[in-house]
Ligand binder design. Sequence first.
Ligand code: ZN
Length: 302
Amino acid sequence: MHSAQNDKPDVIIREVALRDGLQSEPGFVATSDKLRLIHALAAAGVVLLETTSFVSPRAIPQLRDARELMDRVPRGWLCHEVMVPNLRGAREAADAGADRLIVFVSASETHNRKNVGCSIEQSMADLGAISGLAAAGNMAVAAAIATAFGCPYEGQVDRSAVLAIARRFVQAGADRITLADTTGMANPKQITQTVAFFKDHLPHTQICLHLHNNRGIAAANLYAGYLAGVRMFDTSLGGIGGCPNVPRAAGNLATEDVANMFEALGVRTGMDIDELIRAAGLLESILGRTLPGQVMKSGASA
Ligand code: ZN
């Protein structure tokens, strides 16, 4: 008989297909299809979802059903994390019953302007009010820093500048920082050094890695992060995703590929690979095209 402690996964895989993935699709996916995907993911053992984002429906029409989706999602064992670009989005997310707010900013001024149409400073302006709202509603807050490992417009991004942004989020109450390689510019050595740097300077803050596969090294980056002590990773069913404001963006690592790799290493994910493959197949049928995920084609490792 297992104790509760033994059933705890060794790594937490955070599913972002509903948000990062679907917002990069050309068409709108019906709310009912999103719900089918959430149920399929839950059946595979996913517990942590980036369910949607309360952004302008004009900017991202793919997520215009954020409120309706949140009204219909299964609750209880699933944690629904919701991205918010500003205080207005945070209010809407709170009203919709988000379990956690994800505030975000780019480490690069140019990318931030292209992504949300304002400066880094303007993006940070609502932070105090958002954390007050979260505290009043008993919601946790996490922060995501895009282009943390490089920017397609500005090139190298200074690690200390990323840390300075992270510190402000932590001071405002964020207990988790996601370092996002939005553009697939990171390499394993950079991941190792950056994670060590963050663990040094923000030892009490959980680090999550969000790694895009533009240059085919995201899996190596993820493993470098794991060896450096990171225990939470964003992945996307079927490997969908991208960034509307990054030229030729590629997807995230596929959830089923990452879960399969960890399980093959004896690192417990709490996920059922066959159920994940089934969910990826459902996503493929909904989107009507072949997805980049590999394990859904090759099957699980023996
Ligand atoms: Zn992303």
